[in-house]
Design a protein around this ligand. Structure first.
Ligand code: PLP
Length: 402
């Protein structure tokens, strides 16, 4: 198994630049253990070279079609449209669902900004909804209450963006019940959840449109990229049309709508296909890491590892833990102690309703995401992690928590 970890690339895809210190007291500095570095162990190189040889060096080509059909199959849907990023996929997905300037779109508050920014690109307003406590995703009860209230006022949102955070699917049974009653479509942001499932149905297939991401820190990467997946032929055709500059079928470049240049490069699709072939191995490795953290932290009073919710299977993209402030040091203390040993960890996502850029947006809050942000950490979960790395992490966690 060849292992390629490119540190400079990784700091680019990290949520923000972070210096990892290394212990200098014992001679050779150990390699830093990063949160979720890219991991290349398949035939990525051969596939990219063969895409180059085919001379399809463009944002379309046979490798794109191949990647799309493998993705659609993996997500259990009829269509996939490979795009430049998960953000681009959310943007086109919202437009395809009819979101327009001035509309409201409900969105999970506990997520990465990449879920919410594309709502703003369409000219619509995100309204942030707090989390349920089991899987930390958008709370169907809050969504139901908000939709009922808005139905009475005649201010129903155009769509709901549900996010499958850290590899766990949201509670789609409850969400669909709430949304179907008011005919509001769900866009599933499965950027972190490729390979996870809900009641046996794959992540990506759980809303009207699903979105996956191939950014460098995701469970599979194409160095960048994303895709929109759907069972709906019309929605797929619309997104595909908009993604390549909305060219009408005429030889003279006729445009009746504003388009986007969002198509995935054929070279990246070749790379992505090879990564997708290894998805099950990646999930298996990350599950092992999850089991390791569960065992390691089971001895610590007040430490709790986020378990997959009862309704689904996780891809274990990142293992997260919360630390009860009455019994444990603060997450920031733990993070800094790990960093001193060259181990990267991160606070949980800072909720969107706490972000200065969204301070004027409406939010329906229960306090759950605020508490999670104050008490939790994401722990290193990369597939290239060795047993020796795990041992180092266990020791460092013990030291940090004692
Ligand atoms: C990564 C991510 C995105 C954005 O995907 P990109 O491919 O980086 O644009 C959106 N939502 C969530 C939850 C993500 O983790």
């Amino acid at each position: 198994m060849a292992t390629t970890i490119n540190e400079s690339a990784v700091s680019e895809v990290s949520h923000e630049p972070q210096q990892l210190q290394r212990r200098k007291d014992d001679g050779a500095a150990p390699q830093p253990i990063l949160l979720s570095p890219p991991h290349v162990f398949g035939d990525e190189r051969e596939r990219v070279l063969s895409a180059i040889d085919s001379n399809w060096i463009a944002p379309t080509g046979p490798a794109v079609r191949e990647f799309e059909s493998a993705l659609a199959e993996r997500c259990g849907v009829a269509h996939a449209v490979a795009l430049t990023s998960g953000s681009a996929a959310i943007h086109l997905g919202l437009i395809a669902l009819g979101v327009q300037p001035g509309d409201d779109v409900l969105c999970a508050t506990f997520t990465f900004a990449g879920s919410a920014f594309p709502i703003v690109y369409t000219g619509a307003r995100p309204v942030f909804i707090d989390s349920e406590i089991e899987g930390w995703n958008i709370d169907p009860r809050l969504v139901a209450a908000e939709l009922d209230r808005r139905a009475e006022d005649g201010t129903l949102p155009k769509a709901v963006v549900a996010v499958d955070l850290y590899g766990n699917t949201a509670d789609y049974t409850g969400l669909r019940q709430a949304c179907d009653r008011h005919d509001v479509p769900i866009l599933e942001d499965a950027a972190e959840a490729l390979g996870a499932s809900h009641d046996g149905k794959p992540a990506g297939s759980l809303g009207a449109i699903g979105v996956v991401s191939f950014n460098g820190n995701k469970i599979i990467t194409a160095s960048s990229g994303g895709a929109a997946v759907t069972d709906d032929e019309e929605l797929a055709a619309k997104m595909r049309f908009l993604s390549s500059q909305a060219k009408e079928p005429a030889p003279h470049y006729l445009h009746k709508t504003i388009g986007f240049n969002y198509g995935m490069s054929n070279l990246l699709a070749a790379f992505g296909s090879a990564q997708l072939d290894g998805l099950d191995a990646r999930i298996a490795a990350r599950s092992q890491t999850y089991e390791f953290y569960k065992k390691t932290l089971s001895h610590i009073n007040g430490a709790r590892v986020l378990a997959p919710p009862s309704w689904g299977q996780s891809n274990h993209w990142l293992t997260c833990a919360t630390f009860d402030p009455a019994q444990c040091p603060s997450p920031e203390h733990i993070r800094l102690a790990l960093a001193e040993d060259g181990i990267e960890s991160r606070p949980l996502w800072k909720p969107m309703h706490q972000q200065p850029v969204f301070e004027k947006n409406d939010a329906v809050l229960s306090g759950v995401s605020d508490r999670l942000f104050d008490s939790g950490l994401c722990l290193p979960s990369g597939t290239s992690m060795s047993d020796a790395d795990r041992e180092r992490i266990a020791l460092s966690l013990q030291r940090a928590l004692s």
